[in-house]
Design a protein around this ligand. Structure first.
Ligand code: GLU
Length: 474
C-alpha cells in the first residue's frame, strides 16, 4: 500500500454532466495532479430506472472535452453489486448488521411517530435485538447496520471543519434491500475502499452521507478517506442555480462556444481562490490548488465573468488551434453543416489569416463564427439590414469607382490595397472612413468586421473585386 493520493469523480448517470459536477471533477483532478496521484472515475449507475447510456456518454464526453482525464478503466458501480452484497453479509456474520423484517406499514408508522415527536431517527430499532426465529415468513428482510446508539460521529472535513452528529439521531441504515440490492450508501463505501480512494471531494449536499458512510467504515474497520465537501454553486442572486443562470450540461457550454481552458479557469475560481489571481494556466492551477483555500460559502455563477474570461482565452489562443476549435464547435451547434461543408484547405488558410483580427472581437467561438461569416458567404452576399441601409444609390456608385481603383492593383496585399484606397480618397477629397464603410458593407455584408485592408487581403483580389461588382452601380 502506498500513501499516494487517489481521488475519484463519482457521477450518477441520471443526467448530463452539469456544471457543478464538472467543478467537482476539476477539483478532484487538480488535487490528484498536484500530489502526483490519480483521479479515478466511477459511474454510479445503481439506480437502474434513472441511469441511461446517453447520460454516461455525455459524462465521458464532457470530461474528455474539458481535458479532465481519469486514470485507469471506468468503474461501473452496478457491476460491483455482488461485492457490495458480500460486505453486507460479512457485517451480518460479524454481528455488526442484522436482518430487519419490518413491513412497509410498520416502517411507515415508525416514521410518522418519529416525525410527530420531532425525532430525526426514523427507525425504532425494532429488529435490532429481536430473535430472527420470530420473523414473519412473508417479508423479505433488509440488512441494516447495527449503528452506535450513543456517542458521536465526527467528520473532520477539510472544507467544512469538524462536523459532529449525535448518534442517537442517526438511523440504523439499510445496507441491503429486501430484493438483495445494495443501497447507494453501502456501494459508495465499498467502492471507495476497494478503489483505494484516499480523498473524497464532492458537493456538500453529501455531507450528511459522510456521517452515515463513516459508520460503515467503522463497522468494517476500514480507514475513512480524507473528506472535503465543497459548497454548491448558486445563481447570481444566491438562489438555487437555475437553467437560465447556468445550470446546464457541459455540452451546452461547448455549444455556446466556450473553450475548455476558459471553463476550467472559470470553474476553479468558483469556490476556490488564490489571492486575487483570476487567470490560471493549467500548470499554475495544479501548483496553486489546495483544499484549505476552498471557501465554505456557496459560489455564485456569473455568466458575464465566464464570457470575459473566455474572450481572454480566445484572444490568447494561437491561430491554428482556433481554426481547429472553430471547426470542432460546428459539430456541436445545430444548423452549421453548410458552413462545415465549406471548410477546405483554402478556406482554412483564409480563416487562419483572418484570425488575428477576428479573435480580437470574439468572446465565444460562436461570435468568432459570426465574425468569420464574410469569409464563407456566397456571392452575391446577403446584406444585413444595416449594410443594406448603408449601400444607398450614391454609395453603390462609389463602390463602382472603388472597384475601378482597386482593379488597378496588380500585386494584391493589405498594404497595396490600402495605398490604392488612400490615393482614391485623396483624389476625391473623401475621408478614408467614408470610403471604408460602404466598402465593408459590400465586402462583408455587415457594418462591422476586421479592418478593411485585412478583409481585402484575406478575401484576395478576385473575390474582393467580384463582391464589389455585385453591389456596384455605374
Ligand atoms: N453519485 C453522487 C452524485 O452524483 C456522488 C457520490 C459521491 O461523490 O460520493 O451526486
Amino acid at each position: 500500500m502506498t500513501d499516494s493520493v487517489v481521488t475519484r469523480f463519482a457521477p450518477s448517470p441520471t443526467g448530463f454532466l452539469h456544471i457543478g459536477g464538472a467543478r467537482t471533477a476539476l477539483f478532484n483532478w487538480l488535487y490528484a495532479k498536484k500530489h502526483g496521484g490519480k483521479m479515478l472515475l466511477r459511474i454510479e449507475d445503481t439506480d437502474r430506472e434513472r441511469s441511461t447510456e446517453a447520460a454516461i456518454g455525455a459524462i465521458l464526453d464532457g470530461l474528455k472535452w474539458l481535458e479532465l482525464g481519469w486514470d485507469g478503466e471506468v468503474i461501473y458501480q452496478f457491476a460491483r453489486a455482488a461485492r457490495h452484497r458480500e460486505v453486507a453479509e460479512q457485517l451480518l456474520a460479524d454481528g455488526k448488521a442484522y436482518r430487519c423484517y419490518a413491513s412497509a406499514e410498520e416502517l411507515a408508522a415508525m416514521r410518522e411517530k418519529a416525525r410527530a415527536e420531532g425525532r430525526t431517527r426514523l427507525y425504532d430499532g425494532m429488529w435490532r435485538d429481536r430473535d430472527p426465529a420470530t420473523a414473519p415468513g412473508d417479508v423479505k428482510p433488509t440488512i441494516r447496520l447495527r449503528a452506535p446508539q450513543t456517542g458521536e460521529t465526527v467528520i473532520e472535513d477539510q472544507v467544512q471543519g469538524r462536523v459532529v452528529w449525535q448518534n442517537e439521531n442517526l438511523d440504523d441504515l439499510v445496507l441491503l434491500r429486501g430484493d438483495g440490492n445494495p443501497t447507494y450508501m453501502l456501494a459508495v463505501v465499498v467502492d471507495d475502499h476497494d478503489m483505494g480512494v484516499t480523498h473524497v471531494i464532492r458537493g456538500d449536499d453529501h455531507l450528511i452521507n459522510a456521517a452515515r458512510q463513516k459508520q460503515i467504515y467503522d463497522a468494517m474497520g476500514w480507514t475513512l478517506p480524507s473528506m472535503s465537501h465543497i459548497p454548491l454553486i448558486h445563481g447570481p442572486d444566491g438562489s438555487k442555480l437555475s437553467k437560465r443562470h447556468g445550470a446546464l450540461g457541459v455540452d451546452a457550454y461547448r455549444a455556446m462556444g466556450y473553450l475548455p481552458a476558459a471553463l476550467r479557469n472559470y470553474l476553479v475560481r468558483l469556490g476556490w481562490s488564490h489571492g486575487d489571481q483570476e487567470i490560471f494556466s493549467t500548470e499554475e492551477m495544479i501548483a496553486a490548488f489546495d483544499l484549505a483555500s476552498v471557501g465554505r460559502a456557496a459560489a455564485r455563477f456569473d455568466f458575464a465573468k465566464l464570457e470575459n474570461l473566455n474572450g481572454h482565452y480566445i484572444r490568447h489562443a494561437d491561430d491554428q488551434s482556433l481554426v481547429k476549435m472553430f471547426e470542432d464547435v460546428l459539430d456541436h451547434v445545430p444548423g452549421r453543416g453548410e458552413l462545415k461543408a465549406k471548410l477546405n484547405d483554402t478556406t482554412r488558410a483564409q480563416l487562419a489569416k483572418a484570425m488575428p483580427a477576428l479573435k480580437e472581437r470574439a468572446k465565444t467561438l460562436i461570435e468568432l463564427i459570426d465574425g468569420a461569416y464574410f469569409l464563407f458567404a456566397d456571392r452575391p452576399l446577403e446584406l444585413d439590414p444595416k449594410a443594406q441601409a448603408l449601400l444607398t444609390p450614391e454609395n453603390r456608385r462609389l463602390i463602382g469607382q472603388l472597384h475601378s481603383a482597386l482593379e488597378k492593383v496588380e500585386t494584391w496585399s493589405g498594404a497595396a490595397t490600402e495605398a490604392a484606397l488612400r490615393a482614391f480618397a485623396e483624389e476625391n477629397s473623401l475621408k478614408l472612413g467614408a470610403v471604408a464603410q460602404p466598402l465593408r458593407a459590400a465586402l462583408t455584408g455587415r457594418t462591422t468586421s476586421p479592418g478593411i485592408f485585412e478583409v481585402l487581403d484575406v478575401l484576395g483580389r478576385q473575390e474582393s473585386l467580384g463582391r464589389l461588382k455585385d453591389q456596384a452601380t455605374t
